[in-house]
Design a protein around this ligand. Structure first.
Ligand code: GAR
Length: 222
């Protein structure tokens, strides 16, 4: 009943260059290293069939937004402080629609999205989180992991639903916790894995060769 099959993206990215590239909208609130890494992967041809159509932030002075402008991307701030969530998300949606965005990539976007926003992009919003979900959702995931005493940490790419860091898991990568690890050192090693994981997960989702059955992301073999 809950099985959903994604076909449209695969039709758009199935190899030939003359086909339309899938338009990504990247949402960020901070430094933007995942965004820059994705942009580099697209530029180097390691992530194909897509382009970054818009970088959008709820933080006007986010370093990631400045970096996007420097690189020549269309980069827009839609500040969120003091704005009701529904109103802010509606404004975000307007920007995304104005730039014909097809998939939304959260890259350190530190705000929960409204159901209305998510309904506008059904199963087309991806997020990366610096823990092995469902462990340690929310803020400071790396600190939570260290304080809990886990021996293995990592990162997760998942579809976004209306609960925090909760949607269907697409891919995960492990990072071993070392003796005497610090939050800074662990975060750095997790971030290196995030940069490997996110482009790969995006490519998989854009290929459309998967099904979602309940909570299971199931790759479809061709
Ligand atoms: C990344 O570690 C990402 O996993 C995390 O924010 C950081 C953004 O870094 N996201 C979350 O915690 C989402 N719940 P970046 O701005 O350098 O990409």
């Amino acid at each position: 009943m809950e099985q959903q099959v994604s076909e449209s993206a695969s039709q758009q990215v199935s190899g030939s260059d003359h086909r339309k590239r899938v338009r990504l909208g990247v949402l960020l609130s901070g430094r933007g290293s995942n965004f820059l890494n994705i942009a580099d992967c697209i530029e180097r041809g390691e992530l194909r069939g897509c382009e970054i159509a818009l970088v959008l932030s709820n933080v006007a002075d986010a370093p990631g937004l400045a970096a996007a402008r420097e690189r020549g991307f269309t980069a827009v701030a839609q500040p969120s402080p003091g704005v009701p969530r529904a109103e802010h998300d509606r404004a975000m949606l307007e920007h995304l629609r104005a730039h014909a965005v097809e998939y939304v990539i959260l890259a350190g976007y530190m705000r929960v999205l409204t159901p209305e926003f998510l309904q506008a992009f059904p199963q087309r919003v991806l997020n990366i989180h610096p823990s092995l979900l469902p462990s340690f959702p929310g803020l400071d995931a790396q600190r939570q992991a260290l304080e809990y005493g886990v021996k293995v940490a990592g990162c997760t790419v998942h579809f976004v639903d209306d609960a925090v860091d909760h949607g269907v898991v697409v891919m995960q990568r492990l990072v071993r916790v070392r003796e005497n690890d610090t939050v800074a050192r662990l975060s750095k090693r997790i971030l290196a894995q995030e940069h490997r994981l996110y482009p790969e997960a995006i490519a998989r989702v854009l290929s459309g060769r998967y099904e979602v059955r309940g909570r299971q992301y199931v790759p479809r073999l061709v």
